[in-house]
Design a protein around this ligand. Structure first.
Ligand code: UDP
Ligand code: MG
Length: 313
């Protein structure tokens, strides 16, 4: 029988965890004749009683394993750690807040069992429950990254997907520090079947994302999967050189032909501001890539473990 690993990143999920476990447990019972299960919970430096909940679950249920980080490393790091520790033939990543319906697991499992697909991924059709700005921002983000990157990013795609061991190993082979999973999942290729579901509300607790966190995450995604912004910087440089050249010609001709006196310093001030701004913008783009390269070269660990179910109390 195949073994399915359920990887769950958790950050301050003490309220959601018991509900999550209860729901998923029902599904595993229903699928008991088809597959074995293991849970790999990753406590991403929670400040509440998440770790205690995990210890309790691990005591109660032999299938439950957990990894607890020394501090908050972010969801990407938590997913990476979970995938690294998962032992199953099939591996899925799920949010702890039940926004990923566990009931879909059976359909996903059956899809992979046909042998036609390496991955069964989900996307939510609506973004109900998210703020107006988040929806707008998300829409724009997918439009922009779609234009900038060769790696396809599916709008509305969730991290909830069931993958074969082969695909998981491919993802784990990418040891980069700046992890952007939506891109990595797509980058490795393999046959993916998409299933859709209505967006669910969080069962308990609150979202860990705010506008600036999401914004930074979006920039990370673009920098990780596209170098086009660097090209834009170079293009702007060429464009401004061209404009400057035209302006020089116009001014020289005007002065020689009409003997114009010195005038127009307000326009000069505006131009200095504009060019200065563009300069800083482009330096910023280059700086962003440089910063990412700097962080990669340090080869710091993606996460640090403090406790697991084997070492735990
Ligand atoms: N999460 C995490 N580390 C973080 C932030 C979030 O492990 O630093 C987990 C969180 O516990 C949840 C999942 O990532 O299981 C998704 O987070 P959330 O529900 O807050 O995001 P949203 O659904 O609002 O996009
Ligand atoms: Mg959520």
């Amino acid at each position: 029988m195949k073994k399915i690993s359920i990887v769950v990143p958790c950050y301050n999920e003490e309220e959601s965890l018991p509900l999550f476990y209860k729901e998923v447990d029902k599904v595993t019972e229903k699928m008991a004749h088809k597959a074995n299960f293991e849970f790999v919970f990753v406590n991403d430096g929670s400040k509440d009683k998440t770790l205690e909940e995990l210890r309790k679950l691990a005591k109660k249920d032999k299938r439950v394993r957990y990894i607890s980080f020394s501090r908050n490393f972010g969801k990407e790091a938590a997913m990476y750690a979970g995938l690294e520790h998962a032992e199953g033939d099939y591996v899925t990543t799920m949010d702890a807040d039940l926004q990923d319906p566990p009931a879909l697991l059976e359909e996903m499992f059956d899809t992979l069992e046909t042998g036609e697909y390496d991955c069964c991924a989900t996307k939510s059709t609506s973004r109900n429950g998210y703020s107006f700005f988040r929806k707008l921002f998300t829409k724009w983000f997918y439009k922009i990254i779609g234009k900038l990157s060769k790696t396809e990013m599916v709008a509305g795609a969730r991290d909830f997907r069931l993958m074969t061991r082969q695909m998981v190993d491919a993802i784990l082979s990418m040891k980069e520090y700046n992890r952007y999973s939506k891109g990595l999942f797509s980058f490795v290729g393999f046959e993916t079947k998409w299933i859709e579901f209505e967006n669910q509300d969080r069962v308990a607790g609150t979202t860990k994302w705010n506008f600036w966190k999401l914004f930074a995450y979006a920039i990370d995604g673009i920098v990780a999967f596209s170098t086009t912004p660097l090209l834009i910087a170079a293009f702007l440089g060429i464009l401004f050189c061209f404009v400057a050249f035209v302006m020089i010609v116009v001014i020289v001709v005007k002065t020689l032909a009409f003997g114009d006196p010195v005038s127009g310093w307000p326009s000069l001030a505006c131009i200095i501001f504009l060019v200065g701004g563009i300069n800083l913008f482009c330096t910023g783009i280059i700086g962003e890539y440089l910063a990412k390269t700097y962080l990669e070269t340090k080869q710091r660990p993606i996460y640090i473990i403090k406790e697991t179910e084997k070492s735990g109390k």
